[in-house]
Design a protein around this ligand. Structure first.
Ligand code: SF4
Length: 616
């Protein structure tokens, strides 16, 4: 069966934790994780609720393959209504928390209400109880992890928690597990903190089983692993350079967003790239990258473990940062680096450490800081508003100090913690915020990669690269090469990527497998593990159902087709260099075809026929 078929429902208001059966009819329609949790949310909650009220629900959810021996089967998601956007929020994380939850016997935890005082949830197999969080409230992620491990005297305890930024109301705070793996986007940690829930600590000893056909499953898993090992991206590029393999590639393609997305190429890209992370520093003779690392059961191992030069200005007097910790992924390196104009690799690494330590999204943080830098450059904010912080593009001091302020919620950190949309609205220049539906852009300029413009505009959780990664096709030629500067054919490409991604995100597997795997590689693994019949076509249909359900959630929350757009910059300011020179985004031209392919009205609403076909 793969699913444990058990949900833990925790009511924080009255302090209860109860077991209930998983709805297997819904599991057959939505598979698990992202899809299944969204179904629960839609059925149980009014999408109009205030995200930070007791009425919002917060779901920790695994997929049917989570915790199995399939490669990358370590994923879980946190699903809720997001405070940054007011839209559906689903944020996915690796590490070891998801498999531990599954091993304790649970597919999902649904948190309801709001605790009167700070608590954490302790789960040990069937036992689940809320405990006072007095000793950890106000502490960072790293401190919380250490305190709980010491208190429980169990090194195998897996902990997911929020840091100080979430407690301080930063709207893009995440949930961090295993110290530096995070359900990082859309403010799911802010919702958790608003519920007075500091941490979830899990110990599972039951193991993960219930595989429908173990012999066939092992074969399908072995076949899948062989494909990953033989592929140039998953077998070589990602293990060697992580996602940072992309920094120079995207810069050369003229799609590396730079200085609040005014430019599309960064002169300092080489200094903050995956290659640079491996070079020995002249200052201390060590490289930034110590080793790669893997999440549970992953044979790709794209994770980065880094050290900062002990003499660097950020940590010279802070020995607590002298050890190795989670290093830069491409998204963090871009947002903290080219978008702020900073090319100091160790400063970026320090800012990234702080994001992990106090649990906030480096993409939204870097992008919000970049917007603040443009406001500052244009004189719309001054030292008076920033508390004396000189927010010049390229300033490593400004970057690292700003990260510290967001972590603690002090001074201008409060403004930065609002996200770019609210920040730029507050200071009278909303057009300087690079966001969709309130969430900041990721690392691909939509003028240089046209499919990503449509991806961002239509993404159900706001601007995001993990909802349809057309970069794979438009830049890397996976599964086939398309021209990144051409809009023709992109609506169909975006739809196909969106549906496939929703299915992968619901399985328990990592999206990075899709550099090598199609649904044809994933279906045999799901089919051998799960009750029912699961082909590539079934998975694509499940993905399409999930996409439409998320759309329905957002429509019910108050979004309309008017929100399927990009900031004016991408329509009015053409790319000034590189292959995309002279190009603007063609989102407006692509949208009607996209709606038609989706089976939506010209207002972006799923038609009755589409809903009927998908069983919505
Ligand atoms: S590919 Fe990277 S992010 Fe995905 S499971 Fe493996 S180590 Fe984790």
């Amino acid at each position: 069966m793969a699913w444990t078929q058990k949900i833990l429902r925790v009511n924080l208001t009255d302090g209860t934790a109860k077991s209930e059966p998983l709805n297997m009819e819904w599991a057959a329609e939505y598979l698990g994780q992202r899809g299944l949790a969204t179904k629960y949310l839609m059925e149980e909650m009014d999408p109009k609720v205030d995200p930070l009220s007791a009425d919002n629900k917060l779901i920790f959810t695994t997929g049917p393959l989570t915790g199995t021996c399939a490669s990358t089967a370590g994923r879980y998601s946190v699903v809720t209504k997001g405070p940054l956007t007011g839209a559906i929020a689903c944020s996915n994380s690796g590490g070891f928390l998801g498999p531990e939850l599954k091993s304790a016997g649970w597919d999902m935890i649904i948190f309801e209400g709001q605790a009167p005082d700070p608590v954490y949830l302790y789960v040990e197999d069937d036992k689940a109880e809320l405990r006072p969080a007095d000793a950890i409230w106000g502490k960072s992620v790293w401190e919380t992890d250490a305190i709980l491990h010491k208190a429980h005297q169990d090194p195998q305890l897996r902990i997911a928690c929020v840091g100080r930024s979430a407690e301080q109301g930063c709207l893009y705070a995440g949930v961090v597990n295993d110290l530096h793996r995070a359900a990082g986007r859309s403010g799911v940690g802010t919702v958790m903190a608003a519920k007075n829930l500091k941490a979830v600590a899990v110990r599972g000893t039951k193991g993960v089983g219930n595989i429908k056909d173990p012999a066939r499953f092992f074969q399908a898993v072995a076949d899948g692993k062989a494909v990953l090992a033989e592929n140039a991206v998953t077998g070589q590029g990602l293990p060697a350079f992580g996602t940072q393999v992309l920094m120079n590639v995207i810069n050369e393609a003229g799609a590396l967003p730079t200085r609040n997305m005014r430019e599309v190429q960064f002169e300092g890209a080489g200094k903050i790239s995956g290659e640079a992370m491996k070079e020995k520093r002249p200052t201390d003779g060590r490289s930034n990258l110590v080793t790669n690392a893997a999440c549970f059961s992953c044979t790709i191992a794209c994770g980065r473990i880094s050290v900062i030069d002990q003499g660097h200005f950020t940590i010279a007097n802070k020995p607590e940062y002298w050890g190795a910790s989670g290093g830069l992924e491409y998204e963090a390196a871009w947002a903290l680096g080219s978008d702020t104009g900073v090319d100091d690799l160790d400063a970026l690494t320090y800012a990234n450490f702080v994001c992990n330590e106090d649990g906030f999204d480096p993409i939204s943080f870097g992008s919000t800081l970049a917007a603040a830098m443009e406001l500052y450059e244009n004189g719309h904010i001054t030292d008076k508003e920033t508390g004396g912080l000189s927010l010049k593009f390229g300033s490593a001091e400004a970057l690292t100090k700003a990260a510290e302020l967001v972590a603690s919620g002090e001074g201008f950190g409060k403004d930065l913690g609002m996200g770019s949309k609210r920040l730029c609205e507050k200071y009278g220049h909303p057009d300087l915020a690079m966001h969709v539906k309130g969430q900041e852009f990721p690392a691909y300029d939509p003028r240089g990669i046209q499919g990503m413009g449509l991806t961002y505009a239509t993404s159900n959780r706001g601007a995001c690269h993990l909802r349809s990664y057309t970069v794979a096709s438009e830049i890397l030629g996976i599964p086939e090469k398309t021209d990144p500067l051409v809009a023709e054919g992109k609506p169909g490409l975006v739809k196909a990527f969106q549906d496939a991604t929703a299915a992968v995100d619901s399985s328990g597997l990592c999206l990075f497998t899709t550099f090598a795997w199609s649904l044809e590689n994933i279906a045999p693994q799901v089919d051998a593990a799960c009750e029912g019949e699961w082909s590539a076509e079934t998975l694509a249909e499940v993905g399409e159902r999930i996409w439409n359900l998320e759309r329905q959630f957002n429509l019910a929350a108050g979004f309309t087709a008017k929100d399927d757009t990009l900031p004016k910059r991408f329509f009015k300011e053409a790319a000034a260099s590189g292959p995309a020179e002279g190009k603007v985004s063609a989102v407006v031209e692509m949208l009607p075809e996209y709606y038609e392919l989706r089976g939506w009205s010209s207002d972006g609403v799923p038609t009755d026929e589409t809903c009927q076909r998908l069983g919505l």
